[in-house]
Design a protein around this ligand. Sequence first.
Ligand SMILES: Cc1cc2nc3c(=O)[nH]c(=O)nc-3n(C[C@H](O)[C@H](O)[C@H](O)COP(=O)(O)OP(=O)(O)OC[C@H]3O[C@@H](n4cnc5c(N)ncnc54)[C@H](O)[C@@H]3O)c2cc1C
Length: 612
Amino acid sequence: MTTPLRATLDFLLYDWLAAESLTARSRFADHSRETFAAVFDTCERIAREKYAPFNRTIDLQEPQFDGEKVILPQCTHEAHQAYAASGMLSAAKDYAIGGMQLPYTVEAAANSFFALASISMGSGLLTVGNANLLMVHGTEAQQQAFALHEFSGRFSGTMCLSEPQAGSSLSDVATRAVPDGDDFAHDPLGPRYRLTGHKMWISAGEHELTENIVHLVLAKIPGPDGKLVPGTRGISLFIVPKKLVDVQGQLTGVRNDVALAGLNHKLGWRGTTNTLLNFGEGRYPVDGRAGAVGYLVGEPGRGLACMFHMMNEARIGIGMAATLLGLAGYYASLDYAKNRPQGRPVGQGGKDAAQPPVRIIEHADVRRMLLAQKSYSEGALALNLYCARLVDEQHTGAPEAADEARLLLEVLTPIAKSWPSEFCLEANSLAIQIHGGYGYTRDFPVEQYWRDNRLNMIHEGTHGIQAADLLGRKVLMEEGRGLRLLAARITATAERASGVPQLAAHAAALAGALQEVGAATQAAWATGDPAEALANAVPYMQAFGHTVLAWIWLDVALAVLAQDASLKIATDQGRMGAARYFYHYELPKIGAWLRVVHRRDMTCAELPEAAF
Ligand SMILES: Cc1cc2nc3c(=O)[nH]c(=O)nc-3n(C[C@H](O)[C@H](O)[C@H](O)COP(=O)(O)OP(=O)(O)OC[C@H]3O[C@@H](n4cnc5c(N)ncnc54)[C@H](O)[C@@H]3O)c2cc1C
């Protein structure tokens, strides 16, 4: 039986994004819609058997630290093994290193089955991102010793950026890296340093799921005066394995000086350990000395630039995670609404208490909450798959198209990450609301979806930081070329839709919204003062995101009508209903958001602190 997610993915991939056409490119020449389907079948099966049944288990059985080891439920070990055995960790990689050369679009879609089934059980997002970074910035020896073993599932990976005092502001990173001995520059695994410092919030920082853990750590190399260089310029990137390895990646038997200081006890996302790690405190001395051994990746002082490689991928991954949690809540509340009898319809004669109660899906307000969830979650899924398709274009398209894809991704990444984090969280809240009191209990899954989803506005750059990136950097970069490129795509969709009677009004609304966003962007920067321009960066991002989602929905609606003009199929009616909902109930909100941006409203920024 085709599941609703599978049907939605098939529609978006093949009928909207023409993903099958990728198989005409030499990199994907061995693939076909059948091979993609086989990957989806495998992922769906593993997600159904190894992930979904245990989503509540991992929420209740949080990771435990016994002083030696971190203990995770057995189901997490089995899920990890099944995922690694499926080959998904290297799905998009070259055949030469054991990959399947799958398009990233298909890989991202395939991973959505795991995210829907159990988001925090882990499907290797960090491990793959970590290994991908090394494939771009690492030496061949680093790739052999670390990355290849991550793709095989033998090792797992982390990203260690945050510190207790340095979260959003990475320029304040205080972890130090000093050369390890006179021969430090001649280690086959790269220039060898000793690291000391504390890394906070590190996901999957300690566990027994894999033989080894490859930490990618941001740290500063002190200058000749022994002081750390202020700002991000001084940040370098290091591989710090939990256990030391030789050039083949075989364990040498020496434990590196990385110690778990403690686990963080989280609101949600409890299937993944979250750790405070102490580097170099001397708990596990190497050669009799304190200091965690780390190998430099890339040039000194270029660490953040390398790390951004991992963060951009991670941000699309977070957008997908938020989206699939939104969809999980939608499916659960739709099922509930179809089965829960409560109340009677309001009609001309008023309620008739003699009649049996109706199912709550018959109430207009419950339908409003369902359609809101559908428009947020399916819209976000479409947006993230569109971004994934741009990643394929960037890597395999003709030069001009590849460059356009790169620039569009720059502008769209903050939206792909942040819009689902905010609005699919709102979807989860509506899913609880539909369940009434039952939604507020742990007897139903929706409260967990909300708790799991609450993370996404916080990590990988908070909402506020993403908004500042969008308005402060992305829409301005390359003299606004990225924004103009996006505007041209939005306009092209609006023009196509303006000739379609059912969509003409939406097309006009979209064109108007685009103009409003453009005018607000200019007005925000009219004085050139970042303090004024960015004071309302989050409302700007909300309006920008809603405009992007309206564009995506209109483009999707065009694809629906292209194949089912008279809307005979119920799922197509559903897509058109969600698009219409978005235009009637959501897009008009941008006026209020943009008004404060436009007039550089300083209400919040200027209220004296004592007045709060
Ligand atoms: C469950 C979980 C998993 C995580 N996993 C990892 C991981 O694997 N690796 C890793 O390195 N980190 C990880 N993080 C850390 C995460 O990225 C940080 O929590 C995040 O960057 C915010 O940093 P902070 O917590 O120090 O908050 P702060 O930076 O102190 O921010 C607090 C608030 O102030 C706002 N704020 C801060 N600075 C500004 C500014 N300049 N302008 C406007 N607003 C501002 C923020 O938007 C936020 O609302 C994880 C966090 C959590 C909770």
